[in-house]
Ligand binder design. Sequence first.
Ligand SMILES: *Cc1c(COP(=O)(O)O)cnc(C)c1O
Length: 378
Amino acid sequence: MIRGAACFRKLFQSSAVSSKVAAKCYTAQAAVQPAIYSSDEESADIDWDNLGFNLMQTDYMYMTKCSDDGVFRKGQLNRYGNINLSPSAGVLNYGQGLFEGTKAYRRDDGRVFLFRPEQNAIRMQIGAERMCMPSPTTDQFVNAVKQTALANKRWIPPSGKGSLYIRPLLIGTGPILGLSPAPEYTFLVYACPVGNYFKQGTAPLNLYVEEDVHRASRGGAGGVKSITNYAPVLKAMKNAKANGYSDVLYLDAVNKKYIEEVSSCNIFLVKGNVLSTPIAKGTILEGITRKSIMDIAHDLGYTVEERLIEADELISADEVFCTGTAVGVAPVGSITYKGQRIEYKISSDLSCKQFYSRLVGIQRGVIKDERDWIVEIE
Ligand SMILES: *Cc1c(COP(=O)(O)O)cnc(C)c1O
């Protein structure tokens, strides 16, 4: 079993960052405990106008481990780099792991904000319970996200160019042979500047309704952000993309007729003054963007429904859109179901554009944040 200071050090050692800028600034051997956590003097040397959703190494990551009592120690920032893992780590053998995704935004005045990070903390705690893992407290989680954003401040895109995507991970790092919970857990947070999630930028999505591959089933782990939910959909996504679609819309595994969600985002239908989204009963990941858009739509006078939605209803919707931290709010231009392509009119007065501009307005501080969604990092 990995225990004690020696292993602690081993796991936390990170290799030197190889990005152009980092190499320039840190030619010395990576220190276990770097002295400088924030380096905002100089903006990172990247093309802010062409950010996609691609991995880019930033300067620091946050890490902490949990001891036998289920309590996470005070974490620390380390240089971004590889971590050491036992070949028999629980996460590698049995997929005991969760991820989260949240973003830090820079405003015109340079101040930096997070959007509802405590919601990610709570979701990780719920997921950890499902996956038999201990979890960091909400304070530990939010503090780790803040520290990671601050330490990588020079990687936060200028206002309007994108955001710093922050990826917290909770993984079973202790070695285990028989199927059971790992004896040790690591909570780590890294970050990466991002622009648009989809290759086509902000163009409307073309979705393919998948009838054979299912993302989640009742009693499974589809309702939590378990790492085990993602590799199994790659095949359906790959097929859809090879045929020119942006992503896949999954159906429920029992009746194969109710829509659930897209690979990494939630789905909404608009018809008249009614906004509908599939009800979450353990097979849908309840997005924080989903929840926020439902509140915003309600504020704007829409009737908001969470219910079973048959795929057959797609044809009568005025508008369909997807939501998620990574994708934002993305209008859907077409959905192909049982060989039939349903097309949606895209115009500047779509409801989803109204919802999104309100959400972005709150994030940028131009619309009053009445629900305390915004957290400043100082
Ligand atoms: C993360 C995720 C979402 C979106 O959740 P947000 O909290 O809005 O980012 C939706 N569906 C799946 C499957 C996801 O993994």
